[in-house]
Write a protein that binds this ligand. Sequence first.
Ligand SMILES: Nc1ncnc2c1ncn2[C@@H]1O[C@H](COP(=O)(O)OP(=O)(O)OP(=O)(O)O)[C@@H](O)[C@H]1O
Ligand SMILES: [Mg+2]
Length: 600
Amino acid sequence: MGFRRKQIAGLTLVAAAVALATSLVNLTALVRFSVAETESRARFLAETLRHQASRVIRQTEPAELRSALTWDAALINYAEGIVGYSATTMYVAVTDRDGFALVHSNPLELGDKLTPAPSLESFVAKNPLAQLWELRQGHNVLEVAMPFDDGDGEPFGAVHVAISTLFLKEEIWNVVTQNVLLATSAVVAAFFASLFFANWLWAPIELLRRELGRFQPVDGEPPLDFQSESDVSRIAEFFASMSQRLDDQRSARENDASWLSTMLGGLSDAVLVFSNEGRVLSLNERAAELLGLGRDEIQGKLFADFFPEEHPVAEIVKTALEGDEPVGPVDKTIANGQRPVVYALSAQVLRDESGVSGVMVSARDMEKLSRLGSQLSYAQKLAALGKLTSGVAHEIKNPLNAMVIHVALLRERLKRASPETQASLDTLEKEIRRLDQVIQGFLRFTRPEDLQLTSVPLRELFDEVERLVSAEAKASGIEIETKVAEELPPVHGDRELLQQVFLNLVQNAEEAMPHGGRLHVEASRTEDGVEIVVADSGVGIEPEMLEKIFDLYVTTKKKGSGIGLSMVYRIVQLHGGEITVESEKGNGTRFTIHLPEMRA
Ligand SMILES: Nc1ncnc2c1ncn2[C@@H]1O[C@H](COP(=O)(O)OP(=O)(O)OP(=O)(O)O)[C@@H](O)[C@H]1O
Ligand SMILES: [Mg+2]
């Protein structure tokens, strides 16, 4: 049965039950009242009749009592009068102990044995429903009988008053009909009222049905249709499946979001995704660094709550949204409370089916880029040079070897030559050897190295370097301070080459502090590897020199070859690392090496 029908049937039933109950209550009250009234009337008549009979008894001798009663005119008149004036009294009689009528309202019955009608008293004692039932069955006459004695206490007879129940029946039946009519109309009215209310109640559900119908069913799910009205529980099912779907969509979106943030996290550019109203929907760690905020601090918030309108990022978002087209890249300086950095900013307008949905801004650190670019070109140059020089060096080495041999031959032949000639020969030999050394260094530098990777404990390496240079350091009055972070993982690299790196750096530092100073060597752990700092309090480097110290053959020292730092650079590079230098003339120099974590 449909929801609506259930509702109508329920309401109608309730109305019917109420009508039936009130009718029954009414009816039983009426029956009780009418029956009680009838009884009291009958009792009253019986009492007065007995009174009349008592009067006769008092005036008469017991032996003549029968005839006295039979012939008492007042009593007879009274009995006939009762029946004559009352519509409901059928007969009244006075009987002797055996039930023979001494007085009777109907003279024809006199002297006959009275057939008593059913007792009104026992009828009264029954419950109203049983009374109703009996009335319907047609006990039309009920009587009240009251015994009396002969004046000496001996039972003599009884007075009888018989009442017709027809009137009672009629009266009650009228009310029953009325009640049935009333109840029926109440039920009909309830039916129509509930019909109206059902429609009224159903209207919002109908609206709901229509609205829900607009949702496309998922594959395998039957289309939503409440036409049958047969089951409102379908709505509940529908809601359950819809909320499940929403849940799925939400977790899919969350997956998307985490996927997006992982993807953005891997980019070297700072990336921010804005909604239409300028809310930061997503940003990567680099973007948070650029803004000088924590990622969680700004994610999901309005950009304008944190930064002024003139902030380069706010400006480019505005321009992109207004122009509805990509902007940039434009160079903008952004200072996040630290050193201002030049970024190339670009903005891309994001769209979905409903139009422009937001803006994606990316910022590229131009300084880092140019630094990387120069490192890259340097590496490329080195590689090209490596190939070239191994060929050229070979060409030079052969004649050099020949020259060494011929100088030795000349020396043999000019054994007795003048000291000047000997001195020229010495110079020739020395220069040839120097040339040979230069070529050796050059070859060593450019030769593509094969790394002998092992696990290198930095502490041991530092100790060894310190041991090698300590004598000289002591002589110049240099204080060496080595600090290796606890639990520093061993570096994966070529032990010999790494030792060469630190030896070169430490030697340079010592050479920069001829009159003593402090040398600080420190290794610490970073997010993705190890950072090593070699800092001295020496003479420092001029700015124009700083740019080229890693170049080959650049030196300011009389006996320097200018190969040391080039080697350092190359070795760090071979380990996939990075080296930077900071220095100020007269204020010391600080080299920072970053070695990425290398797996064996
Ligand atoms: N710690 C330092 N303090 C000041 N200047 C330095 C320092 N380290 C290097 N330099 C400068 O950089 C130049 C290049 O250094 P590099 O080690 O490449 O060559 P070098 O020390 O001159 O010669 P060598 O090949 O013998 O090492 C040095 O000549 C010096 O001017
Ligand atoms: Mg050096």
